[in-house]
Design a protein around this ligand. Structure first.
Ligand SMILES: [Zn+2]
Length: 153
């Protein structure tokens, strides 16, 4: 997303719209149905400095780290804030800054919310805490492999 400082009036500029997520090269192997990033920015200029504040949002399906089912996810960045120094005649490029904020806001281990009985609202499967946990299982298998290695040597 590019902003021409010459297009920013004295009183600032309100920008609202959607960006195609494909322009942002975001690593998203466990994400489906993500097409756009919604933005709402206030842009101000002081001399050669541009201040951009506002929000970013997106909706998609992300793989649950517990049961591997897709779960709906809403990504929200409520405090996007960047100050850019833009030389004369240049255009400010927000793309790498937006990309970085989105990557930082992606969940590392998204999980569906289980009800009090430990039941997944989507798959209906019941998970005992810890025991059927995907991350726990992976940790257990890593230790098993390490033990095997130790025995073999
Ligand atoms: Zn689940």
């Amino acid at each position: 997303m590019k902003i021409d400082p010459r297009a920013i009036p004295e009183g600032g500029l309100d920008l609202k719209g959607s960006l195609p997520v494909s322009d942002y090269a975001i690593p998203a192997e466990n994400i489906a149905g993500w097409t756009q990033v919604d933005y709402s920015f206030q842009v101000n200029r002081t001399g050669s400095e541009i201040t951009v504040t506002g929000t970013l949002g997106a909706s998609f399906q992300i793989q649950c780290a517990r049961c591997l089912d897709p779960i709906p996810w809403k990504l929200e960045i409520k405090d996007f804030c960047q100050i850019l120094s833009v030389p004369d005649e240049a255009v400010a490029d927000l793309t790498p800054l937006i990309r970085e904020d989105i990557i930082l806001a992606l969940p590392l281990a998204p999980r569906c919310e289980l009800d009090s009985a430990g039941r997944c609202p989507r798959s209906g499967r019941v998970f005992a805490p810890g025991k059927d946990d995907f991350a726990e299982k992976r940790r257990a298998s890593v230790w098993r492999d390490l033990d095997r290695l130790k025995r073999e040597n």
